[in-house]
Design a protein around this ligand. Sequence first.
Ligand SMILES: Nc1ncnc2c1ncn2[C@@H]1O[C@H](COP(=O)(O)OP(=O)(O)OP(=O)(O)O)[C@@H](O)[C@H]1O
Ligand SMILES: *[C@@H]1O[C@H](CO)[C@@H](O)[C@H](O)[C@H]1NC(C)=O
Ligand SMILES: *[C@@H]1O[C@H](CO)[C@@H](O)[C@H](O)[C@H]1NC(C)=O
Ligand SMILES: *[C@@H]1O[C@H](CO)[C@@H](O)[C@H](O)[C@H]1NC(C)=O
Ligand SMILES: *[C@@H]1O[C@H](CO)[C@@H](O)[C@H](O)[C@H]1NC(C)=O
Ligand SMILES: *[C@@H]1O[C@H](CO)[C@@H](O)[C@H](O)[C@H]1NC(C)=O
Length: 662
Amino acid sequence: MKFFLPCLLVSFGLHLATISADGNPLLYLGFSSTNLSMDGTATITPSGLLELTNGIVNRKGHAFYPDPLSFRKSHNGKVQSFSVSFVFGIRSSYLSMTQHGLAFVVAPSKNFSDALANQYLGLTNTVKNGNPKNHFFAVELDTALSIEFKDINANHVGININDLNSIESSSAGYYDDKSDSFQNLSLNSGDAMQVWVDYGGEAKQINVTIAPLEKEKPVRPLISKTHDLSMVLQEPAYIGFSSSTGAVNSRHYVLGWSFSMNRSAPKIDTTKLPKLPPKGQKPQSKLLDIILPIGTATSIIVMGAIIILLLRRRLRYAELKEDWETEFGPHRFSYKDLYHATEGFQNKNILGAGGFGKVYKGILPSSKLNVAVKRVSHESRQGMKEFIAEVVSIGRIRHRNLVQLLGYCRRKGELLLVYDYMSNGSLDNYLYCEENNPTLNWAQRFWVIKGIASGLLYLHEKWEKVVIHRDIKASNVLLDSEMNGRLGDFGLARLYDHGTDLQTTHVVGTMGYLAPELVSTGKASPLTDVFAFGTFLLEVTCGKRPVSNDTDYNQEVLVDWVLEHWRKGSLIETVDTRLRGYYNVDEACLVLKLGLLCSHPFTNVRPNMHKVMQYLDCDLPLPELTHAEMSFSMLTLMQGEGFDPYTLSSSIGTGSGISGGR
Ligand SMILES: Nc1ncnc2c1ncn2[C@@H]1O[C@H](COP(=O)(O)OP(=O)(O)OP(=O)(O)O)[C@@H](O)[C@H]1O
Ligand SMILES: *[C@@H]1O[C@H](CO)[C@@H](O)[C@H](O)[C@H]1NC(C)=O
Ligand SMILES: *[C@@H]1O[C@H](CO)[C@@H](O)[C@H](O)[C@H]1NC(C)=O
Ligand SMILES: *[C@@H]1O[C@H](CO)[C@@H](O)[C@H](O)[C@H]1NC(C)=O
Ligand SMILES: *[C@@H]1O[C@H](CO)[C@@H](O)[C@H](O)[C@H]1NC(C)=O
Ligand SMILES: *[C@@H]1O[C@H](CO)[C@@H](O)[C@H](O)[C@H]1NC(C)=O
């Protein structure tokens, strides 16, 4: 496939010379015999489709035009007009569920090896996102709602400059030429769609238009945004596509592509494009190709339709159940119940989405109980029995500061976990809300802190087994109707331990909460939880994220920042300004110092949760921190340990979530 055969060129693709600043255009109708630079999951299928991702979760793929392009006439000139058009299709084995999307990108390099394969679309990572040094311009076709990037919905088109947080975005659709009315498009409908991106060098205007394949280019663009790309793009630059899957096994295809400098991109003749695989089938399967011709006889079609209808009814509620599960019977929910509880997993019932999958609100049909259903995609069967045994065992844990796990349901490729519904959502929404939204006052924050400490103490020391939470952070702290803090998500990290897929890029644990020894040895322990809890204490008191980028886009680590103030004797200045000075100074100081102690790089300095609880209740005075003890910098430690979330996956999470009985 990689060889450049002139004869194939005529039949499959039309590639007109190299693109130049004078406007020699590029036109690919299918990608057979083309010479793109690809990495990750990207590949050219035998039928000539560019397949960016192949249905494996947490993967990324890139395909670039191999040669660099000049976007400027002269070295210091401004970026001239350019125009792009491409046809794409998004597929998934689940009905209308895909993650995360794909993007057309112009970037100074083809090397995206340090980008994350999740909501970052394979373009950046936690640290680099938003950095002006990225010098990329991208148009995203995003089918997941990332609250982190203030996404408007799970079906939108956006313009991204150096940042996954779009400068402009719009729900996917187009303006009809005749009526000028807005027509919705579903990016992951499985149908091919065409996108046009036009940049006007004089007006510094970026237009993005999208339409179904059978439509001509609509006159009115979906998005029109003035932004000077001369400030963004570097010389030379590469053009191409980037895509990533998240927890759902999506496939992202490009069928055709054209590009031109200083004039309209060549029109793509959509009749000459390769076809997307038949819908609802694994792309390898030829089953439909055989069944369909036979089914031409009307009688057979009618019979087939009836059979398909019956099958679909059965498939809709199909579950996986094995013998060993009978012993867990009472904790097993039927898929049908969960399907009805969440009104068919409708988007309007989505409470949020995290690293493991989407969370839906539901009302159980029988008991009318409010629940949160977490949908986790999981390919491997290995270790499933142990995991379910653990889920059930964890389901027996009851504590007022832990989110109650009610049970589970298992289907092919996915696991559904059912939790008590927490009506006030997650804590991070209150800490990092917009300026005018209500935040939590100090008394509420201190109450939540004590609650979470008590919940964690229970997991570590009071229950029949030692349970390590592994992912303590503000977004995993939920607030019940009485504003009690409750720790959620415990035990879930184990799911990824059992995965057979060693190359998975899911980081168990979250950047900024990972203790240094966890990064280097990969072994979780109660003290790695204490570390994350320390970071959480600082987060709640300072109202700042554990790792953030300051105004100059340097990485800023919260622990270091608080530590610096402590050294200067100005600890109290770190308290969240949104409290407007209304807080108990003694309590805030106690929490800040305790946070520093818990997040100490040396495990022997960290207190256990039993001690933490005593400090918080003022039953035990906090030991004075000495300057010798506190002379570290988390940032240097993190960098020294090769702290790169992308390489962590294989080393983290080999420890045990539940270690032996006591
Ligand atoms: N039991 C629940 N009740 C109410 N809302 C919930 C519940 N569980 C989760 N949510 C909502 O769903 C969102 C996503 O939850 P989830 O735990 O999947 O993601 P996360 O904690 O942000 O990330 P991660 O999966 O990496 O832990 C939460 O931020 C919260 O708003
Ligand atoms: C494909 O591109 C690479 C890099 O530009 C080049 O080294 C290689 O010779 C090209 N191959 C063909 C078949 O054109
Ligand atoms: C891509 O960049 C990384 C560092 O970010 C480097 O280690 C790697 O070798 C580069 N790969 C290529 C193919 O240049
Ligand atoms: C288009 O989508 C929006 C948002 O999802 C929805 O509010 C609206 O009703 C839809 N319109 C049509 C015509 O389907
Ligand atoms: C972008 O769209 C606007 C509004 O339709 C149009 O006036 C302008 O010429 C377009 N610019 C480009 C570069 O296509
Ligand atoms: C772009 O093309 C127009 C004519 O189509 C020409 O007048 C202009 O000089 C070109 N601009 C650049 C920067 O090449």
